[in-house]
Design a protein around this ligand. Structure first.
Ligand code: NDP
Length: 504
């Protein structure tokens, strides 16, 4: 091994990294020991702001390979032909906990994919659930506060969580997913990922369809029971990080099969649910899954901070052939993600190597803190100009959107057709979950709701129970029973018919 000289950050060799210069062996330290200042000052600045959500995460690089031709839906170059490969970075995460929190907490999991395509970086920033707690981004900060720490106790608070959920019935579907066994996946390899939002695809004939993205784990689904998750938390807080890293180091490369659902613009106008509502799925029976390709993670990052902590994903980053939709949560995230990155990493976050497009980047953005690329060199920094040959290419234009309203307003989220928060959760409970999963779901909800305390306890429990009853009377009854509530009096107030949707 060749010898390397110890140097300061500016490359100046020095000979003592452990003793500070002092006035005599026992005297005070000398201000002139610059290396001491450099070490202390840099150490004080080692932490960058942690992500306000999704702070604890793990990631790896890999490849995406097309296995089925979907070019009739999209002209995106990464899908241009079977066999085409694109490099990817994936970051998985928990949502509510801080950077040091346990990987096995009951929480949705983030599932963010960066495709380094020749038309720029495409970020598909999803979760391990196809839905979310909310359908309007104005609610997001309030909701997240309930998942974080109570301002007085500085502890997590089941009271805050259930108070909020009970006052926001649109969250019910995702609450059931969270409380189901999939709320505690065995690490990151054994869970699915979903783009969650509705996006669009545009083909070379300039035609648009609406799409949902699904990554199905080729390893299968595996979940921890509540007891296993709690035990693992005590044994290894970083279980999911270690599991992913070690699997890749062993050459067991995890894979996910990417599939899409496709809905035409015409179908969207008449579908029984608002196809842009993030609290709802598109039934597989109505819109079957179409194969697209395989994603394999096969390369651990050499340095966690460089490639994972500094990675920045933004739903706004879509490439030609893929577009947005009127999904309100997506529209909100188009702004909030780049804004969060500018706060966390700075205005030039896209020049950090893991975020940098490996293909051409030509624009007129210049300067700013930590500009570490060539900053456009001596080329013009304004557009249009008479000197460079950078052109805005009209072939990248997307077809115009036909809007169904020209009236801007604060629409009632519970307006006719928008307030069915119960049918899909009911189908999920009745038709998707096997008997054991149903029992586990009820036990987990009972355990979680048992933590509700304080003067509003009865009010919060009753309000939330109403939502469970509306989804499925059997579910409501089982939870009420588990909470030790008076079944006779509850039954008296229940409408006839075991599973009908209750209108209150
Ligand atoms: P299907 O019976 O065709 O699909 C149900 C889907 O549920 C499965 O394909 C599977 O999708 C998913 N699933 C299975 N077990 C669980 C579980 N324990 N926890 C969470 N998801 C599970 O019916 P529909 O498509 O008509 O959907 C029926 C209900 O299923 C929906 O109301 C929704 O609650 C739930 N669901 C639907 C999804 C969709 O995109 N249509 C996706 C996930 C759940 P997967 O392998 O993708 O997880």
């Amino acid at each position: 091994m060749s010898q390397k000289k110890l140097t300061s950050a500016s490359g100046i060799p020095y000979y003592n990294n452990e003793d500070t210069q002092s006035a005599g062996p026992r005297g005070p330290l000398l201000l002139q020991d610059f290396i001491l200042h450099e070490k202390m000052a840099h150490f004080n600045r080692e932490r960058i702001p942690e992500r306000v959500v999704h702070a604890k995460g793990s990631g790896a690089f890999g490849t995406f390979t097309v296995t089925n031709d979907i070019s009739r839906y999209t002209r995106a170059k990464l899908f241009s032909h079977v066999g085409k490969q694109t490099r990817v970075l994936v970051r998985f995460s928990t949502v509510g906990g801080e950077k040091g929190s346990a990987d096995t907490e009951r929480d949705p999991r983030g599932f963010a994919v960066k495709f380094y395509t020749e038309d720029g970086n495409w970020d598909l920033v999803g979760n391990n659930t196809p839905i979310f707690f909310l359908k309007d981004p104005k609610k997001f900060s309030d909701f997240i506060h309930t998942q974080k720490r109570d301002p007085y106790t500085n502890c997590k608070s089941p009271t805050m969580m259930w108070d909020y959920w009970s006052l926001n019935p649109e969250s019910l579907h995702q609450v059931l997913f969270l409380m189901s066994d999939r709320g505690t996946p065995v690490g990151y390899r054994y869970m699915n990922g979903y783009g969650s939002h509705t996006f669009s695809m545009i083909n070379d004939r300039h035609e648009r369809v609406w799409v949902k993205f699904h990554f199905k784990s080729a390893q299968g689904i595996r979940n921890f029971s509540n007891e296993e998750a709690a035990k693992m938390k005590a044994v290894d807080m970083d279980f999911a990080q270690r599991d992913l890293l070690e699997a890749i180091d062993r050459g067991e490369f995890p894979k996910w099969n990417l599939k899409i659902q496709v809905m035409t613009e015409e179908q969207a106008k008449t579908y029984k649910w608002n196809p842009f509502d993030l609290t709802k799925v598109w039934s597989h029976k109505d819109f079957p899954l179409i194969d697209v390709g395989v994603m394999e993670l096969n390369e651990n990052p050499k340095n966690y901070f460089v490639s994972i902590e500094q990675s920045a994903f933004a739903p706004a980053h879509v490439v030609d052939g893929i577009g947005y939709s009127p999904d309100k949560m997506l529209q909100g995230r188009l702004l909030s993600y780049p804004d969060a990155h500018r706060y966390r990493l700075g205005a030039n976050y896209e020049q950090i190597p893991v975020n940098r497009c490996p293909f051409a980047v030509n624009n007129y953005e210049r300067d700013g803190q930590m500009r570490v690329d060539e900053n456009g060199g001596s080329a013009p920094n304004y557009f249009p100009n008479s000197f460079d040959d950078i052109n805005a290419d009209p072939s990248y234009k997307q077809p115009a959107w036909e809007l169904d309203s020209v009236v801007a307003d604060w629409y009632d989220r519970n307006a006719e057709g928008e307030n069915d928060h119960y049918t899909q959760p009911g189908i999920f409970y009745r038709e998707v979950l096997p008997a054991q999963d149903k029992a586990n779901l009820v036990n987990t909800i009972v355990g979680a709701m048992s933590g509700i305390s304080g003067p509003k306890k009865a009010e919060i429990i009753n309000r939330q129970l109403c939502h469970f009853f509306r989804a499925d009377i059997g579910l409501g009854m089982a939870i009420a029973q588990g909470l030790g509530l008076d079944m006779a009096s509850l039954q008296q107030h229940m409408p006839a018919g075991k599973h009908e949707q209750v209108t209150i």
